[in-house]
Write a protein that binds this ligand. Structure first.
Ligand code: ZN
Length: 332
């Protein structure tokens, strides 16, 4: 483990994106396992579906089987070393130091051509309520080339015990290329305030929220209010389940939030031909569904995709509740 000693302040997002890109190139030269997995990604096959004008891409990615089938209950976690802690990283793994608290690492099991994991230096639990500020900050700094992802501890994070985000090559996640269409078909569901615009995503196969603003403080306040509201309809004493896709474009943030009802759909637990090994996380909610097994990739159809989204995201009732709370309580 060699830490890049990058202490100088990097305020320009092009510099951060460049540094992350350089780290990736260096790692490919020095770490055969990682290089092979990125090379294999070039041969990974995809299928595209169009449902009511909405684009969904399915990726058959065998290397993701570990993450898809990760056992993330407390007993399993207590019985294994944390794979995001500094001492347990592979010997070949290098890191780019980000501020005082984070390390940018190349993800050796990629979904994207460039795929990073951004881990907190300390072994502290996955939690967005206290770290949304950091997510916005990193989204801005890496925004020139990358989009940030957050998976809640019970809905997609394979290391729920250690705070981390992911960064993906920008505009690879289908929903990022469909903003105009998404907003057009949800036009009746857009709140336009002085400092923030909120799109309530109702017509897009899955319920969600899009916050857009150039004002960080406004985003922080809105998110805080959103979480407080979501807690009212979630399990007590746990972070409400959600996935987040956050990017920074032309001086403003674009943050998708997909509140979740459950981690895995019934197809995951089915037996025989009915089984589909899928564990939806932020990327899948963004319209890029990762299936490690070829048989699942071959057989999945539009009906199953819609059904999987419907099972794992919140009900219309909860969506309407959150929408009403944000619209009324936040007084835009
Ligand atoms: Zn850890």
């Amino acid at each position: 483990m060699i830490l890049n000693n990058q202490k100088e302040k990097r305020s320009d997002s092009t510099l951060w994106a460049f540094a992350a890109n350089r780290l990736m190139e260096e790692q490919k030269l020095e770490w055969t396992f990682l290089k092979n997995n990125y090379d294999d990604l070039a041969g990974v096959v995809t299928r595209s579906f169009e449902i009511e004008g909405i684009n969904i891409v399915v990726q058959n990615n065998p290397a993701r089987i570990i993450s898809t089938t990760a056992d993330t209950d407390n007993a399993a976690i207590n019985n294994r070393p944390c794979f995001l802690c500094l001492n347990n990283l592979p010997a070949e793994q290098k890191a780019l130091e980000y501020g005082k608290h984070y390390l940018i690492l190349c993800n050796p099991y990629p979904i994207f051509k460039e795929h990073f994991t951004i881990v907190h230096k300390k072994h502290i639990p996955q939690n967005i309520t206290s770290n949304f500020d950091d997510l916005l900050d990193i989204s801005e700094k890496l925004g020139f080339q990358y989009t940030l992802l957050y998976n809640g501890p019970r809905c997609g994070a394979s290391a729920p015990e250690h705070l981390h985000f992911q960064a993906a090559s920008k505009k690879v996640i289908p929903i990022e290329n469909e903003i105009a269409y998404l907003k057009r078909i949800n036009e009746q569901n857009i709140l336009r305030g002085d400092k923030i615009e909120i799109t309530f995503i109702e017509k897009f196969l899955r319920f969600g929220f899009l916050f857009e603003s150039d004002n960080k403080n406004e985003l922080l306040q809105t998110f805080k209010f959103f979480v407080r509201s979501f807690k009212n309809v979630s399990k007590p004493n746990e972070e409400p389940m959600m996935n987040i896709i956050s990017s920074y474009n032309n001086d403003y943030w674009r943050v998708f939030i997909f509140p979740r009802k459950t981690h895995r759909p019934s197809q995951y637990f089915a037996i025989g031909a009915d089984q589909i090994l899928v564990s939806p996380a932020a990327v899948d909610l963004g319209g890029l569904i990762v299936l490690p097994r070829p048989e699942d990739f071959e057989k999945i159809n539009i009906g199953q995709i819609a059904d999987i989204y419907s099972q794992v995201t919140i009900t219309k009732e909860y969506f309407e509740y959150l929408k009403a709370r944000l619209a009324k309580g936040y007084k835009i």
